[in-house]
Design a protein around this ligand. Structure first.
Ligand SMILES: CC(=O)N[C@H]1[C@@H](OP(=O)(O)OP(=O)(O)OC[C@H]2O[C@@H](n3ccc(=O)[nH]c3=O)[C@H](O)[C@@H]2O)O[C@H](CO)[C@@H](O)[C@@H]1O
Length: 522
């Protein structure tokens, strides 16, 4: 750790001497904590970071910096997808995916270092329970999907297989995430196959290029964006870990999509068959101003352009048939080969674009008062996970159905979209459709038949509540033996404790204490 004099000299070099202005007011413990924090900062990197942030912020949104003029949509023939392919082709990709999983070549990697400020909870988003009948959190759902995909693969190919789960956290999320997993017995996954690591934090900077003091002895720090992944992979020797396990393909995803298909065999198989080194799942954008990035080309190179980085006119552009020109919505589900990640970590990560976010950053004013600003006062620089697409030699996009694969949790209830209510509804609507397709017929608690409704509006609750555990079905498969020609009383939780072969009289009426469920033959 640095001495005070060393820290002072370094800060002078970086043009950040103001950080010590309250030094005399700190007690012994605060001083040593602060010196430890300052010791982490390289003076030259800090100087460049502060200058770069102030310059980038002054250029931010200036007309010459706009991407709109340089964008082109992805030609439709370059997008593979569920709607565009017949069942045989999909089966073929799925079989390829299962084969790769069976050889332990596939891992999932969760981006979970974000602060989830829009949702407004003081704990990591993955710990959120959207109010499903089972009370499961996002982490539990994801863990169970990993277990199920392992089980399905083992059934197909024989022998056990492992899908390691890499989880990128940050200073904000590592400790509570570790604790949560420990307390939940790692959701019955083998703890050594869950690998958590931490991304770096970088200082927030004022518009005049000064690091912001959050407290008298603490700098305002923020994670370096989900594109901090590549540096974190190198810092924590994660690529070496992947190599030692024989992993070759990664499914990278963001924490908040309740419908995420973990290690999706179809997507993996599609990418592998196409010889891709890098891929992205997309959904058709629902409306022009939807807050998702779009996969497109900029100056002829594949890229995602964020919703905040284009003008409304560009987002609203329509082609001759009336469809949105920029309709390939990014759902933050990416495919990478290990070789591609190695190349990025070794050669390219320094070239990743820095994106500017103007934020309200609480700070100490000159008089030592703690101020919560009402308008943006600080610059946070972030890298984005998809900014590596430009280095790909064979990039592919894969379109999936929104109602089956994308319902993100971004905002607290009360907002119009992407809330706990919409996430819960999407999952329950999907499970209801699966149950109907498997031949279930629903009844209410009085035994009155609930007429089936295979099509629902996206803001409509399904007429019957049927939550299906991922341990029972990964993506709608395997339900017929349980549900065909059965009258199912809503609400129901179909979980792995469901007694499959018992005659009706011996089925307990409450197999799960959180919901009543009954089922009987017609
Ligand atoms: C940069 C990025 O990917 N943007 C995508 C992200 O937007 P969006 O703006 O919603 O991105 P978020 O801020 O939610 O971050 C996405 C994921 O990255 C993680 N994270 C974020 C910051 C950080 O420093 N470290 C970290 O790990 C978050 O925990 C989350 O799992 O999801 C949308 C779909 O839902 C896409 O349309 C956007 O194109």
């Amino acid at each position: 750790m640095l001495t005070l004099d060393e820290a002072r000299a370094r800060l002078e070099l970086a043009g950040q001497s103001h950080l010590l202005q309250f030094w005399s007011e700190l007690d012994q413990e605060e001083r040593s904590r602060f010196l430890a924090e300052l010791s982490q900062l390289d003076p030259e990197e800090l100087r460049d970071h502060c200058r770069g942030a102030a310059e980038a912020a002054s250029r931010h949104s200036s007309p010459q910096d706009r991407l709109d003029q340089r964008m082109e949509p992805v030609p439709p023939e370059f997008i593979g997808g569920v709607k565009r392919s017949d069942r045989n082709t999909l089966n073929d990709w799925e079989n390829e995916g299962f084969l790769q999983i069976s050889q332990n070549k596939v891992a999932v990697l969760l981006l979970a270092g974000g602060q989830g400020t829009r949702l407004g909870v003081p704990y990591p988003k993955g710990m959120y329970n959207v109010g499903l009948p089972s009370g499961k959190t996002l982490y539990q759902i994801q863990a169970e999907r990993i277990r199920k995909v392992q089980e399905l693969t083992a059934k197909k190919h024989g022998g056990d297989c492992i899908v390691p789960w890499y989880i990128m956290t940050s200073e904000f999320t590592l400790e509570p995430t570790e604790k949560f997993f420990r307390e939940n017995n790692y959701f019955n996954l083998e703890p050594t196959n869950i690998i958590m690591f931490e991304q770096r934090m970088i200082p927030a900077v004022s518009f005049d290029g000064k690091v912001i003091l959050e407290q008298k002895g603490k700098i305002a720090m923020a994670p370096d964006g989900n594109g901090g992944l590549y540096r974190a992979l190198a810092d924590n020797l994660i690529l070496e870990d992947m190599e030692s396990r024989g992993v070759q393909f990664l499914h990278v995803y963001c924490v908040d999509n309740i419908l995420v298909k973990m290690a999706d065999p179809i997507f993996i198989g599609f990418c592998v068959r196409k010889g891709a080194d890098c891929g992205a799942k997309v959904v058709e954008k629902a409306y022009p101003s939807e807050p998702v990035g779009v996969v497109c080309q900029v100056d002829g190179v594949y890229q995602v352009v964020e919703y905040s980085e284009i003008l409304p006119e560009t987002a609203e552009l329509r082609g001759p048939g009336g469809d949105l020109v920029y309709s390939a919505g990014n759902i933050c589900n990416h495919f990478f080969t290990l070789d591609f990640l190695k190349a990025v970590a070794q050669k390219y990560h320094g070239q990743l674009k820095q994106h500017v976010a103007l934020k309200k950053v609480p700070f100490m004013d000159q008089e030592g008062n703690h101020v919560k600003p009402t308008k943006p006062n600080g610059i946070k620089m972030e890298k984005f996970v998809f900014d590596v697409f430009q280095f790909s030699r064979n990039f592919v996009a894969f379109e999936v159905l929104r109602e089956e694969e994308f319902s993100p949790l971004k905002n607290a209830d009360g907002a119009a979209l992407d809330t706990p209510t919409t996430a819960r509804r999407s999952l329950l609507a999907q499970h209801y459709r699966w149950a109907l397709a498997a031949g279930a017929q629903f009844q209410d608690s009085q035994g009155v038949t609930i007429p089936p409704k295979p099509r629902m509006a996206c803001d409509e609750d399904p007429p019957a509540v049927c939550e299906i555990s991922p341990l029972v079905s990964y993506f709608g498969e395997g339900l017929e033996p349980l549900l065909k020609d059965k009258a199912v009383m809503s609400p129901i939780i179909l979980d792995e404790t469901w007694p499959k072969n018992l005659p009706i009289s011996s089925i307990p009426s409450t197999c799960n204490d959180k919901a009543m469920f009954k089922i009987r033959e017609f």
